[in-house]
Design a protein around this ligand. Structure first.
Ligand SMILES: C[S@@+](CC[C@H](N)C(=O)[O-])C[C@H]1O[C@@H](n2cnc3c(N)ncnc32)[C@H](O)[C@@H]1O
Length: 252
């Protein structure tokens, strides 16, 4: 079951149980007892549904914060505004399980070192966010071409703005799984553990021998990287390099 559906179900069941307890007089008739019972039940249902452990504090805090915020009397338009901003930035993260976070300058420098010197290369940033990798790389290497594919409209628009005037950058909105990768020498992915097996399968099937997949922070499960680069930056970034042309090793 998708995590977002589990979360919805846990909240719903939490409210049904808390309302049932209140109706049969098993809870004191006070709002905070009802809210507390809902929060505890929602967390318990989430645990029973085998949600990831970090969901449990989210369920424990969700309804109490909702009720507390409601008591502050914030005009409803603010909630709508925050909802719209989060939607535009995170878009389908609830489904892809890949949120937005950005590659830093140390990562850009390390990826620049991986580009071939003295000859052009074609690079795809799969899930290019605000262009924080491809825009500075395109400035450093005008002989190379950098493409980005980004699903979320907010980061996509920012990246288009930042890449203005760079003839060696192409950014499109869409799903990187739906596009062919065979033209690329390097695929860069800074995603999450969730899509890595699928990313690897696509890279292995579509890339030419000699092309590489560079994954920032997330390993492909069951596949030994050809090289691991520790950047020693504040975040402890690790780059995993996979040689993924048709001759490369296969995913388990
Ligand atoms: C962690 S951010 C990385 C952004 C950028 N690559 C960087 O390094 O700064 C991952 C991005 O991938 C996007 N994304 C996730 N799955 C995607 C998909 N299937 N197609 C296109 N974009 C996707 C998300 O919207 C998010 O902006």
């Amino acid at each position: 079951m998708p995590p977002a559906l589990k979360a919805f179900l846990a909240q719903l069941l939490g409210w049904l149980l808390a309302a049932g307890l209140a109706r049969f007089g098993l809870l004191p008739a006070e709002l905070w007892w009802l809210v507390g019972a809902q929060a505890a039940s929602a967390a318990t249902f989430a645990f029973a549904l085998r949600s990831a452990p970090w969901w449990l504090p989210v369920h424990l805090a969700f309804s109490p914060l909702l009720v507390a915020a409601n008591q502050l009397g914030v005009p409803p338009g603010w909630y709508l505004a925050v909802f719209i901003v989060l939607t535009v930035v995170y878009w389908t993260s609830f489904r892809t399980q890949v949120p937005l976070y950005l590659s830093n300058a140390e990562t850009v420098a390390a990826v620049a070192q991986l580009l071939p010197s003295g000859r052009p290369a074609r690079v795809l940033d799969a899930g290019s966010g605000t262009g924080s990798l491809i825009v500075p790389l395109a400035r450093q290497r005008p002989d190379c071409h950098f493409d980005g594919i980004e699903a979320a409209p907010g980061p996509y628009l920012v990246s288009r703005l930042l890449a203005r005037g760079l003839p060696n950058v192409g950014i499109v909105r869409g799903d990187f799984f739906a596009r062919n990768w065979s033209a690329y020498d390097m695929i860069y992915a800074f995603l999450s553990p969730v899509p890595m097996t699928r990313v690897w399968r696509k890279a292995r099937n579509e890339l030419r021998p000699g092309a590489i997949l560079v994954s920032n922070s997330f390993e492909v499960p069951g596949v030994a990287p050809a090289r691991v680069i520790e950047l020693g930056d504040g975040r402890g970034t690790t780059l995993y390099l996979y040689e993924c042309g048709r001759d490369g090793p296969s995913a388990k």
